[in-house]
Ligand binder design. Structure first.
Ligand SMILES: [Zn+2]
Ligand SMILES: [Zn+2]
Length: 323
């Protein structure tokens, strides 16, 4: 059930200075929409197909697979010869943009979801490949740093690196640290070793927020600012991003408390941003069903996304004009 998001494993997901100590969100009905998930093609645990099946099993009808800097999972799910999906898949990515010059940001980053991007857009794929190359370089530097610290994970790292089309990130290294007995949990490894300011931290290289927004727009997607709980208190920053092309705001984020959701919804309405929402499911601390139990994304978020993308819903029960 819903845990206090300010403590425990969820804390690393709470990326901002706003505390999440208020009453938790109580789902009005089991969510049929989840517009933010990760698979094994980036730093999630589940294979894309297993994620889709787990989501469908608890009633999700519209799912965005938003792996970091890769559409490999989306392509796997829509490859020739694969069975029809039991839900409507929204092709998406999450770009952890490097927000140089903007102070007081978690890890110096703004995470931009690209919802509904064209998986066949070659220029976008080239951009994502450069992002993945930067991730690969950073991954190797972190592994080297850990070796210097007497916490080697080289063998496991070699296996992780060999997955084709996949996107490397710190959670994979955190899992290797746990498997090697160097850390008690993924969350502890992130907090004590891999987070900014910690001994094995290596700065990220890659797109800035404006570039990420532009690249997503050029690929036909809706750029949405992910899990930015500080948005209501940093309205000028969000407004600047809107002027750069930001089109959505993640309002119904699983780790937000009820008041934060309300404040984010008001901000989205004020700035004419499409409200989105999702679980940000990775799979380290719970099953998809457990994450889903604490998630509330209203059907209206799917309607808004379909309208913004100019798309007809595949499943008229969710996102259709009559729902
Ligand atoms: Zn993120
Ligand atoms: Zn995410």
């Amino acid at each position: 059930m819903a845990q206090d998001p300010s403590s425990g494993p969820a804390r690393f997901q709470n990326r901002g200075s706003r505390p999440m100590k208020g009453p938790a969100v109580v789902p009005a009905y089991p969510s049929r929409v989840d517009l933010h998930t990760h698979s094994r093609r980036s730093d999630g645990i589940l294979e894309p197909q297993a994620l889709v099946q787990a989501a469908a099993a608890v009633g999700v009808r519209v799912l965005a697979l938003a792996d970091h800097d890769t559409l490999a999972g989306v392509r796997d799910l829509s490859a020739a010869g694969t069975p029809p999906l039991p839900l409507d898949l929204v092709a998406a990515v999450e770009i952890n943009s490097v927000a140089s010059g903007i102070d007081r940001l978690w890890e110096g980053e703004l995470h931009i979801l690209g919802l509904g991007v064209d998986p066949d857009d070659e220029a976008f794929e080239a951009t994502l490949q450069r992002q993945r190359d930067s991730r690969s370089t950073r991954f190797a530097l972190i592994v080297a740093r850990l070796r210097e610290l007497g916490l080697p994970v080289d063998d496991g790292a070699a296996a992780v690196r060999n997955a084709p089309g996949s996107s490397l990130g710190r959670p994979q290294i955190a899992r290797l640290l746990v498997a090697a007995g160097h850390a008690p949990s993924v969350d502890a490894a992130m907090k004590t070793l891999l987070a900014r300011g910690m001994p094995a931290y290596v700065p990220r290289q890659g797109l800035g927020p404006q570039q990420a927004i532009a690249a997503i727009r050029a690929a036909g997607g809706l750029p949405a600012l992910a899990h930015f709980a500080d948005g209501p208190s940093r309205r000028a920053l969000v407004t600047d991003l809107v002027s750069e092309g930001l089109g959505g705001l993640e309002v119904h984020y699983r780790h937000f408390d009820a008041q934060t959701v309300a404040d984010m919804a008001a901000l989205a309405a004020d700035l004419c941003l499409v409200p989105t929402g999702g679980s940000d499911y990775h799979g380290d601390v719970e099953t998809y069903a457990e994450a889903h139990a604490a998630l509330f994304v209203p059907d209206e978020d799917a309607e808004a996304i379909y309208a913004a993308l100019g798309r007809e819903p595949v499943d008229p029960a969710v996102g259709g004009a009559s729902s």
